[in-house]
Write a protein that binds this ligand. Structure first.
Ligand code: RNT
Ligand code: ZN
Length: 416
């Protein structure tokens, strides 16, 4: 008997069909963010990263061109089981003829290479307007700017991004999740909190006046508790973003990034709350550490619990899962692979959990038995199911760093 056959028998005693779990897991798309590959820089500006987010570290080998970034993504994806989407930020526009186009005038053609890249691999695309890292950010503000010309510029950027998202969805045939996140805020106690938020609200209204079909383009509003350098006030707070989405359900979705809340709040608990009200919700899966929201996702309790909730709520087709982290202190390809595989492990683990049985114990008030059973579940041989899942997906179940190390030697370290 193989280890998988043995694991399958053990799970079967709990009423779990591991073959079905593996088959299901293969279908769940997780969106891979292009920005881990070059420390959130992109191709449309010379300056560094702004907007209250930061990458730290200077590990060698970062991608400098679209070709390098795409090659690195390919390498990373070759080590990831499961279905993927590609998540692109507007600052990753590719000016093939060398003519710079500012963010307010970006066109689908500037993302043609990304569209081809995704189509060739049979993947969908997600998209993000980039409201940071630009000289057009005035006094740290974009969509909330009291300067009307600045605000308008960024509204035009948002509208351009809707048009690009339309094109991406049309070309790939897969819905495009378009996430609005701004870093607008203040370092110190503001004298006006409502003004910026009213301008933000108006700006999103204006962006979403651009035509699109919500079945194919899914604009999201992502909240954040604070940013680096804007500790006292963030316009797009949780209440703001959630209220906006709730009042405009036919036009957009709420997006929760699990690094964007107070440390004892958990997104796993928020998912079922939102699913009571929203047809669909979107996630940025990341790992918060103290004040930082963007560490590489690992197979930890909260990642597992997020996956559990999506699966338990039977909401795999209502929750859009995207990754969002950036670490410049380790091999960037490895960061992608570890983060993606961790999310996949969490999904597979959730699919292998006897949720109906556990829920029944809760509903019949057998809470001691429920706790005992949940603890038993933690000792189930998920590693053997994972190994089988990887085998079926044609990727190695472990030791994936060996291949990354070889790629580092052959390719990454030669980038000087
Ligand atoms: C920042 C947000 C946002 C960004 C990306 C690059 O805190 O999480 O989603 O990480 O847009
Ligand atoms: Zn995010």
């Amino acid at each position: 008997m193989t280890r998988y056959e043995s694991a399958k028998e053990i799970y079967a005693k709990y009423g779990v069909d591991t073959d079905a779990a593996i088959a299901k897991c293969k279908e769940i798309p997780v969106s891979l963010h292009c920005w881990q590959g070059d420390d959130v820089i992109g191709f449309d500006h010379d300056g560094g990263l702004t907007g209250g987010i930061q990458t730290t570290g200077n590990y060698p080998g970062k991608a400098r061109t679209p070709d390098e970034l795409m090659a690195d993504m390919d390498k990373a994806m070759s080590l990831m089981p499961g279905a993927k989407k590609i998540n692109v930020h507007a600052c990753y526009a590719i000016f093939e003829d060398g003519t710079f186009t500012d963010r307010d005038a970006l066109e689908p053609k500037h993302f043609q290479k990304w569209v081809d890249f995704a189509k060739e691999r049979g993947m969908g695309l997600d998209f993000n307007p980039t409201f940071f890292s630009s000289p057009k950010v005035k006094d740290g503000l974009t969509l909330t700017s009291p300067d009307e010309a600045t605000r308008k510029f960024w509204v035009e950027h948002g509208k351009a991004c809707i048009r690009i998202s339309n094109y991406m969805a049309e070309q790939t045939g897969v819905p495009c999740v378009m996430n609005i996140w701004i870093g607008d805020g203040y370092k110190d106690v503001p004298a006006d909190r409502m003004g910026p938020r009213m301008r933000y609200k108006q700006s999103i209204d204006e962006i979403l006046s651009e035509p699109y079909d919500i079945k194919m383009v899914k604009p999201c509003v992502e909240s954040k508790v604070f940013g680096i350098g804007v500790e006292a006030f963030t316009a797009g707070s949780a209440e703001f973003a959630l209220s906006y989405a709730a009042m405009n359900k036919e036009k957009c979705l709420p997006l929760m990034d699990n690094g964007h809340y107070h440390p004892t709040e958990v997104v796993s608990d928020k998912i079922p709350a939102l699913l009571c009200f929203f047809p669909e919700v979107a996630l940025h899966v990341t790992r918060g550490i103290r004040w930082d929201s963007d560490h590489v996702v690992v197979y930890d309790d909260e990642t597992k619990e997020i996956a559990q909730e999506i699966v338990r709520c039977n909401a795999l087709d209502r929750v859009y899962i995207a990754l969002d982290f950036f670490d410049a202190s380790i091999n960037r390809v490895s960061a992608w692979v570890t983060g993606f595989r961790s999310m996949q492990k969490a999904l597979l683990n959730a699919l292998c959990t006897p949720s109906a049985m556990l829920k029944d114990l809760q509903d019949t008030n057998q809470l001691s038995r429920k706790m005992a059973a949940m603890e038993d579940c933690k000792m189930l041989p998920i590693g053997d199911v994972w190994a089988e899942y990887c085998r079926q997906c044609g990727v190695t179940a472990d030791n994936y760093y060996d291949e990354i190390e070889a790629y580092e030697k052959e390719v990454l370290l030669k980038r000087v």
